[in-house]
Ligand binder design. Structure first.
Ligand code: GDD
Length: 328
């Protein structure tokens, strides 16, 4: 079985590549032209890496034709809802046109190639408390270019299923975190700051945004197992949520991470980190995926956050060592 992963050298993509190799699959990882491959680490020799820009339709179709995958996992995206507000056009070009290019290229593979489109819980927009937990049949009211582009990409997947019978499964993951996540996102940002404090790289002060919001956090390693199960066993045309099934406040995330620090840490709320007009609480019902494909979570949140902090500690240590080496 040959699987192609867009965003294969990214945060979730690299965990998915690892999981698929463990299942005995061949992996073709698509990476952006200048993207570092560090996330693939020890599995790099086992993965075929192809570089491309998903906006380049010709190159996308060339790669798909050569790779002839039986499974396509579409993870690549500009993934920050906050940053998408600054860059709506690029967000739509990568997330929407990129998906269109991929689906058009996959048409030549016929019904033997199953495709997973990874959307996001962000597509529901600003949600009223009485509508929680979110379910797949709720209305989509995207509130950022990121969310709009994901909702549109999801519809593309559905249209290709309806028009051409292509086996496209769609998923809406809630927030997920773990080793290798960019520090643009809250858990990784806090874990990195704590690791910097522990290594004496910054004073014992952690900068945070709005601690009162609650989100549905999972471990990335559970989420990528969900992607695999959904693509193998999910119903084409359907959409499935993946999440922890409970809300956790950002304050609680901070409390767990501060508990891992080796000294007392002062908390500083930074106005520029506080987002205005965001949903106070978001969490989802994941029973559809659980019943359909038998997905179950394995990781506890405190284990995920501990692994994330250890990841940053190791990464910062090795970055410091290479700086020392370079300076002689
Ligand atoms: N980044 C960040 N930094 N967020 C903070 C901070 C901070 O210092 N303090 C509080 N927050 C709050 C944000 O206001 C937001 O409510 C929550 O933490 C989560 O923010 P992010 O981790 O930046 O993620 P996101 O929810 O905007 O988007 C992520 O989850 C989506 C799934 O629901 C991304 O992974 C998206 O790609 C994904 O679709």
């Amino acid at each position: 079985m040959r699987a192609l992963i867009t965003g294969g050298a990214g945060f979730a993509g690299s965990h998915l590549a690892e999981h698929l190799l463990e299942q005995g699959q061949e992996v073709v990882a698509l990476a952006a032209v200048t993207e570092p491959l560090d996330n693939l680490g020890p599995i790099l020799p086992q993965v075929q890496v192809e570089r491309l820009d998903l906006r380049d339709a010709l190159r996308v179709s060339e790669i798909v034709r050569e790779a002839k995958p039986q499974r396509v996992y579409h993870l690549a995206a500009l993934s920050s809802p906050a940053e998408s507000l600054e860059n709506p056009l690029l967000t739509y070009e990568v997330n929407f046109t990129g998906t269109l290019n991929l689906l058009l290229a996959c048409r030549m593979l016929g019904a033997d190639c199953r495709i997973l489109i990874v959307s996001s819980s962000e597509v529901y927009g600003v949600v009223r408390p009485e509508h929680l937990p979110l379910r797949e049949d709720m209305a989509l009211r995207p509130a950022t270019p990121y969310a709009g582009s994901k909702a549109a990409a999801e519809l593309l997947g559905l249209q290709f299923f309806e028009s051409y019978g292509m086996p496209v499964v769609r998923t809406r993951p809630f927030n997920h975190t773990g080793p290798r996540q960019s520090a643009a996102f809250v858990c990784s940002d806090f874990a990195r700051q704590i690791a910097e404090i522990d290594l004496g790289l910054r004073p014992p002060k952690i900068h945070v945004g709005n601690l009162q919001v609650s989100r549905d956090f999972s471990d990335v390693r559970d989420i990528v197992r969900g992607y695999h199960l959904l693509l193998e066993k999910g119903d084409p045309g359907e959409v499935y949520q993946l999440g922890s099934g409970r809300p956790v406040s950002i304050e609680e995330i901070l409390r767990i991470l501060i508990g891992l620090a080796s000294q007392c840490v002062q908390v500083v709320v930074e106005e520029s980190r506080v987002r205005h007009s965001e949903t106070p609480t978001l969490w989802g019902d994941t029973s559809k995926a659980e019943h359909a494909v038998g997905w179950k979570r394995h990781y506890r949140l405190d284990t995920t956050l501990r692994d994330l902090k250890e990841y940053w500690q190791e990464r910062l240590r090795s970055e410091a060592a290479s700086r020392r080496e370079r300076s002689g």
